[in-house]
Design a binder for this molecule. Sequence first.
Ligand code: GLN
Length: 284
Amino acid sequence: MTRRTVQTELAFGADSLRNIGIETPERDARRLMAAALGIPPDRLALHLRDEIDDDAFYRYLGFLEERWTREPVARIVGGRLFWGRWFHISEAVLDPRPETETLIELALSEPFSELLDLGTGSGCIAISLLAERGEAIGIATDLSESALEIARWNAREHGVEQRVAFETSDWFAGVGGRYDLIVSNPPYIAAEEMDCLAPEVRDHDPHLALTDGADGLTAYRAIAAGAPAYLTPGGRLLVEIGYRQGPAVAQLFKAAGLEDVAVHPDLDGRDRVVSARRGQTGVS
Ligand code: GLN
């Protein structure tokens, strides 16, 4: 029998995923293999020539079988890396996306000291930002109690639990205070677009986190209405958007009296974030 190494089994796994039309077969095989071996995905390259023992091999096969049914990788292995940190996920939260790192990068491009994250899900945005800015504090909200449980867990893992309060809230409803940075990745898929989503998204991400059941803009209307009163003068608002929503969301923010409204692309060149700022004087 030929020797089973990490490298030969990665090739086998990637081929099997490619054959059923998975878009990122190599990457998915690597993430499943790393989980089967119990090592971080970014350490895998050091183990390519290692022989894989039977336990790890059968764990890997089991993971591949789940992926063959279109179960998303992060849900098979229980989490994923986001902005360099591992986030646990559950069925109550959105699987964090690499595109959302565009929002993190923009948020970190200016100082902030008090952060509000609306609809935090796994907590990946608030926790990454607080972990990167050791002096900052924040509030992270979600409508879902089960989402907040995962977010609290992740906050403890990354040592920011003393600097973040998790609150059950429908957008601004349960929140007080003023913030120099408000961030959100709200549900923005329109009801009529739900059928077009990949099965990994449509059948596995919680619908509460994906869609408003309407035109996809409901959350931005609530955020635009509340943001001026919750931002400090000069404070910033950053929201993730669907790639065709830039003009509509920018318009909502301008109509709410916010300034410096801009639409930013992600690494694929598609519109992904809208930023705005409260004026130094201006609104409420
Ligand atoms: N980015 C998600 C998608 O795959 C949607 C997330 C959201 O609605 N916030 O389409």
